[in-house]
Design a protein around this ligand. Structure first.
Ligand code: ADE
Length: 421
């Protein structure tokens, strides 16, 4: 490979990255089945595919699958802090996949890398946060006609794409992977739940038992996080704006209150809302001394960090991924991982077991664009329920779990309306 078509931190990290990619692969049996089928049938033959995803061991396995399907793939990071540099090195050195990602890169480098993958003139793009789709629509419109479709991994990205579709600004078909049950019910809930706690623990090594743990947002990610924090002995408080989700949190046994009230009692605060300024500087002023703040939503806008930076008396890095700010009232707050996705920046992201299903959806989305070439509209598509069920069935089989099947009589009963009391 020429030295031009990649930008990674250090190619000598490749050996370590390869071991991690292989380790993750062992827990990704559904993706493996797809890879084996793709190797035989080459559904993506002759196509160029550009992906903007967190550059992790799990993503590396997706890239291998897409390449096995015949695509020319390239990859850039979907967050400046989530890249695993050893994995990026291995992708280039061991798998010949052009990768543009360096952990800790600045905004200029981040966007240069997005442009690098778009320079390959992809037919299919893959996003985690809709940055490639956004760049294509804002600055590279001439390429839109080359695109068969784009798939989107995350809640925040899907919200962005639906907003584009509602504004009639969306010019290409997109596939909302996040809407698959086999994605959000597992990745968002169990993946975010576990990996967020993992990030907080790796960064702080603090005890969660007996602490008040405030979860802002009770979507799939918030539900998972609240349940895992409770499992570690925290008193969990939930903040919400949606009355149905708030009610669900109450009936799940959590204390629900406005963030203004929660700010005063929390020891840990984690935002998982997809919205901005959920925790403001004004809230921070009322927090306990030493409160820990983290974000596990896609963008680093959920905590009002710009105000904190402007108004804090001083700041210092007290541990890796922990910056302690001294406020004007003399109290301190500790922000983890610069308010970026704490699960990826301070830990390794979701475990491979759940990424297996998310990325099975991604691989099938790429195949979907090929199968329906020329027939799709510029709108947001979601998975057909039978495909979603098939992914779940394959996962269960790989886990050695058997389930019942409907009898003929039961099937008939479910499709009839005459039989009653
Ligand atoms: N998003 C969250 N966890 C991830 C992982 N392990 N790989 C890729 N994207 C992720």
């Amino acid at each position: 490979m020429s030295t031009q078509n990649y930008d990674v931190k250090d190619l000598t990290l490749a050996a370590k990255g390869k071991l991690r990619i292989e380790w993750a692969a062992k827990s990704m049996p559904v993706l493996k089945l797809i890879e084996e089928r793709f190797k035989k049938t080459k559904p993506l033959k002759g196509l160029t595919l550009a992906a903007c995803l967190h550059v992790t061991a799990e993503t590396a396995n997706l890239m291998k699958t897409l390449k096995a399907g015949g695509a020319n793939v390239s990859l850039c990071a979907s967050n400046p802090l989530s890249t695993q540099d050893d994995v990026a090195a291995s992708l280039v050195k061991d798998f010949g996949i052009p990768t543009y990602a360096i952990k800790g890169e600045n905004t200029t480098s981040y966007y240069k890398h997005l442009n690098d993958v778009l320079d390959t003139h992809p037919h299919i793009t893959m996003d985690d946060g809709a940055d490639l789709v956004s760049l294509l629509h804002k600055e590279r419109q001439s390429q839109l006609k080359e695109i068969l479709g784009s798939s989107e991994e995350t809640t925040t990205g899907v919200i962005r794409l639906r907003a584009m579709a509602n504004d009639k600004a969306l010019k290409i078909p997109v596939f909302a992977v996040n809407e698959s049950n086999t994605k959000h019910m597992f990745d968002n809930r169990y993946g975010t739940g576990q990996s967020t706690i993992d990030g907080i623990l790796r960064a702080t090594n603090m005890l969660l038992a007996g602490k008040t743990f405030v979860v802002c947002g009770y979507g799939w990610c918030g539900r998972g996080l609240a349940s895992r924090a409770r499992g570690l002995g925290s008193h969990v408080v939930v903040t919400e704006v949606d009355p149905i989700k708030a009610l669900e949190a109450v009936m799940d046994g959590f204390q629900v209150m406005p963030i203004k009230t929660a700010a005063k009692i929390g020891d840990f605060f984690v935002t998982v809302t997809g919205d901005k300024n959920v925790i403001t500087y004004a809230h921070m002023l009322t927090m306990k001394d030493g409160a820990v703040l983290a974000n596990s939503g896609h963008f680093n806008v959920e905590i009002e960090l710009d105000e904190l930076e402007k108004r804090a008396k001083s700041k210092r890095e007290v541990r890796g991924n922990v910056v302690e700010f001294t406020l004007k009232n003399g109290k301190h707050v500790c922000v983890l991982a610069e308010g970026r996705l704490v699960n990826l920046a301070a830990a390794e992201g979701h475990p491979a077991e759940v990424m297996d299903m998310s990325f099975a959806n991604q691989a099938l989305a790429a195949e979907f664009f090929v199968k329906h070439k020329g027939k799709l509209e510029a709108k947001v598509y979601t998975i057909v329920p039978t495909m979603d069920q098939e992914i779940a069935r394959l996962k269960l089989r790989a886990m050695g779990v058997k389930i019942d099947v409907l009898t003929k009589e039961q099937k008939k009963y479910l499709s009839s309306w005459e039989e009653g009391t």
